[in-house]
Every structure is written in C-alpha cells, then in structure tokens.
Ligand binder design. Structure first.
Ligand code: TYM
Length: 339
C-alpha cells in the first residue's frame, strides 16, 4: 500500500512587545491574523520583552505588563496547545544569535531604519545601542525558527526586509543556514491610523489617549474616543483620497464586521458622521467584549499562565538551539564545553 507523508506545514513566527497598552492597531494589523493562521501553519509566537527595554522600564510595571500582555494574547485566541507562545527573555538563544547577527549587520543598514530615527527623536536622552541594534535582535527571533512567514503590520516591513538581507548574507558567506522569511501583511488593517491625527499610525506611545483604542478600554471610553475621532468637514461616508480620518474608520469597521468598503458606503448612504462613528464604536465594542471577558478570567489564573509560558519556553529553546548550534559550527566556534 502506498503511504503518503502529509506535506510539512509552513512555519510562522511573530512577536509583540509587552509595553503596556495593546491597541486596536496591534490587534487588527497583527494579532487577529496570528490567531487565524494557527490551523493552517505551524505557528510560534513570543512576547518580545528584550525589545521593550530599549526604552526605560519601571521594574514592577514591566513585570505586570508582561504578564497582562501574555493573558491578553491568550484571550485574543492564541492557543498554547497549538502554538508555542513564549517570553523572549526566557529563551537565551535569542540574545546569543542577536549578538552574532550584529556582526553580520552593517552600521549603515541600521542607521537607515525609520523606527530608529523616530524613536531617537522621541527618546533623545536615551539613544542606546540596543535601540540601534533592535532589528538584528528581531532578525534573530525570526531566523532561529526557520520561519517562512512573519505576520506583522506595515510598520515592521522595513525590519523584515533587513532580516531577509542578513539571512541571505549569512547563507552566502557560509552555506544555506536560514530560511528567508516573507512578510505576511494583511490587505486590510495593516496600518490603523491615529484617531486624532489620521496621517500618523495608531501607536500606544502616543501621549494623547484619545488617539488610540486599547483592547481593554471600557465601552464608554471606546464610544468617547470614536465620537472625538478627527474626520473632515465635507461629510459623506465614502472612501476617497484626502479623507484619511474617514478612510481609517471605514477600515476599522470593515475589519471588525467583515463588510466590504462598498457595503459600508451603501449602509451609511445619506447618513452623517455622527451615526457612522456610533456604529464603528458599537462594532468594535461588540468585537472586543468576548476578549475582555476571557482576559478577566485568565489574569486571575496565574498558575495556568505560568504553566503555558514555561512549557512554551522549553519548546522554543529546543527548536532554536538547533539553528544556533548550526550557526556557531559554521562560523568556527569550538564545540560547547562538556559539563
Ligand atoms: P509592536 O509591539 O510595536 O507591534 C506588534 C504588532 O502590531 C503591529 N502594529 C500595527 N498594525 C497596524 N496598525 C497599527 N497602527 C499598528 N501598530 C502596531 C506591528 O506591525 C506588529 O506586527 N519589533 C516588533 C516586535 C517583534 C517582532 C519580532 C515582530 C520583535 N521580534 C519578530 C515580528 C517578528 C514590534 O515592536 O511590534
């Protein structure tokens, strides 16, 4: 009898920083995709807490943010039975490969990263080397797992391109070692904009809290933030050039309801922005309600959270160690000292 081996699932890796607020932008640009891809792909996810210390953190707050972000991602639908979901600082191979990749990354390449330029302006008093070398740590995260695809929002595209360049360079100097990863950027939701300045991306570091919606915002706050969202004076719910605020709201509404842009324009034909904003707020609240309820349950269960991230760290360590060992051997390091 003929036996066929099932085709190997492609590997997905992605991560998010546990830097306090997780926004609707993070969710629609990345997290929603993570959870939807878990059936079809072999997914591995992480909380990128080593990345978070590129900006100064208060220890107790940082610890709390990390645990809360972990619970919130499970509440969003990351399934630890299917997808190892670990905490980056608990898997030492990341920092080790990051150092190695630093030696295969050019100063000029890192200097061109727009996120580095933006963050240097924002944190002018702390432009540390970690902030500069952040993309080679991100490359290490991805390349350790031989990821084929990396689901991210559009703002991470430049970092992904650099990860590809670093991987190709290393493969070229030695021999094929790393899979070259492709970005997986959603058609809708890749760039959710600020509700206060729709020419800027929605960002948790925005000082004006009305600019972003957090996944754990209360319904009243969500309604208030959408009510105050900046639109234009022209009126008319339609997607068009120059109507950045309305386009952004249409995009959000489309992502949470599954309706197309044409359906949305038809639904609000002849209606004003007030009605539209109220409908967007209601749809977002309805979408977030089950996530918030699940989060409230999970954050009480610290033992379960610890069990999940401990098991995931062990899986991640054994997977990533294989790549790191190969890399070190190719470079010419002596084999590890025997205990
Ligand atoms: P972070 O924590 O800033 O954001 C997590 C994810 O959310 C996406 N995102 C958005 N998408 C749409 N609209 C927005 N306004 C918006 N804001 C954020 C981001 O693109 C990202 O996908 N460096 C990464 C974390 C990281 C990582 C990795 C990602 C570390 N290692 C390896 C992928 C692979 C970051 O700071 O994402």
């Amino acid at each position: 009898m003929e036996t066929t081996t099932p085709p190997q699932k492609k590997i997905i890796f992605s991560a998010i920083q546990p830097s306090g607020t997780i926004t609707l932008g993070n969710y629609l640009g990345a997290l929603k995709n993570w959870t939807q891809l878990q059936e079809e792909y072999r997914c591995i996810f992480a909380l990128a807490d080593l990345h978070t210390i590129t900006v100064r953190q208060e220890p107790a707050v940082f610890r709390r943010n990390t645990l809360e972000a972990y619970a919130l991602l499970l509440a969003c639908g990351v399934d630890p039975q299917k997808s190892p979901f670990f905490i980056q600082s608990q898997v030492h191979t990341h920092a080790e490969l990051a150092w190695i990749l630093n030696c295969y990354t050019q100063f000029g390449e890192l200097s061109r990263m727009t996120q580095f330029k933006d963050k240097s302006l924002k944190h002018a008093d702390n432009i540390n080397v970690g902030l500069f070398a952040y993309p080679s740590l991100m490359a290490a995260d991805i390349l350790l797992y031989q990821a084929d695809l990396v689901p991210v929002g559009a703002d991470q595209k430049q970092h992904l391109e650099l990860a590809r360049d670093i991987a190709a360079r290393f493969n070229g100097i030695y021999s094929p070692t790393f899979t070259i990863p492709d970005p997986y950027i959603p058609k809708d939701g890749a760039r959710i904009m600020s509700l206060q300045d729709p020419t800027k991306k929605m960002s948790k570091s925005d000082e004006n809290p009305n600019a972003w919606v957090a996944l754990l915002d209360k319904p009243d706050d969500i309604v208030r933030k959408f009510k105050r969202a900046v639109t234009d004076s022209e009126g008319g719910v339609r997607y068009a050039e120059g109507k950045d605020g309305v386009n952004n709201l249409i995009g959000i509404y489309s992502c949470v309801t599954g309706k197309s842009c044409a359906e949305i324009e038809k639904e609000f034909d002849g209606k004003g922005y007030g009605d539209f904003k109220a409908a967007v707020a209601e749809a977002v609240t309805d979408h977030l309600r089950p996530i918030q309820e699940e989060y409230a349950r999970l954050i009480q269960d610290k033992a379960y959270l610890e069990q999940c991230y401990t098991a995931a760290a062990q899986t991640a360590l054994s997977l990533s160690q294989r790549t790191l060992s190969k890399v070190m051997k190719k470079i010419g390091f002596l084999p590890p000292a025997k205990p």
